[in-house]
Design a protein around this ligand. Sequence first.
Ligand SMILES: Cc1cn([C@H]2C[C@H](O)[C@@H](COP(=O)(O)OP(=O)(O)O[C@H]3O[C@@H](C)C(=O)[C@@H](O)[C@H]3O)O2)c(=O)[nH]c1=O
Length: 188
Amino acid sequence: MKILKEPIQSLLVLEPTVYKDERGFFMETWQKELFTNLGITEQFVQDNHSKSTKGVLRGLHYQINNPQGKLVRVTKGEVFDVAVDLRKGSSTFGEWFGEYISDENKLMMWIPPGFAHGFYVMSEYAEFQYKCTDFYSPENERCLLWNDNKVKIKWPFINKNIPILSKKDQKGKRLEDIEKIVIKPMKY
Ligand SMILES: Cc1cn([C@H]2C[C@H](O)[C@@H](COP(=O)(O)OP(=O)(O)O[C@H]3O[C@@H](C)C(=O)[C@@H](O)[C@H]3O)O2)c(=O)[nH]c1=O
């Protein structure tokens, strides 16, 4: 496992070591000692798995009071995965980063607490799996609007189609109206 990029402080693109042979492949997707050595020392308390069809955009989600760090990967298909820095006091507040992650390239993203997260499905469908450092908390969950005109994410929409969004995600808030996420400085 190695860090490929750190596009925003503590936001990491990770490349696992993949062992291929005539049977297929093997890789470690999380290993406490390895991740601690990479600087990811948070405890994970929840694992999630979703499936989405082509053109679906989920996000951009974050939680206040109990922000979640997320270790994400794609086990079927391809997505364009996006994180937006919402950490109060961060010099890169409001900046975004996106990476194509797929079952082919096997890249993972470590999205530390304090970021909004979302993804857009490029393939026929995508299965998305991730570990979280805090529990899902509907009362603390917030949504930053996917097409906020200050954040200006360049989504790679297929044929310039409008993405398929949940009702909740259609009603995301603008960057100027969101509650910034308070993180202890030692966490990033
Ligand atoms: C996220 C989540 C949802 N749910 C339930 C609530 C709801 O009835 C149903 C679907 O929820 P959502 O529409 O919020 O699912 P989804 O849009 O997939 O939400 C996820 O989006 C990505 C981008 C993230 O970053 C995740 O943290 C998470 O917010 O699942 C849980 O029970 N536990 C959870 O942890």
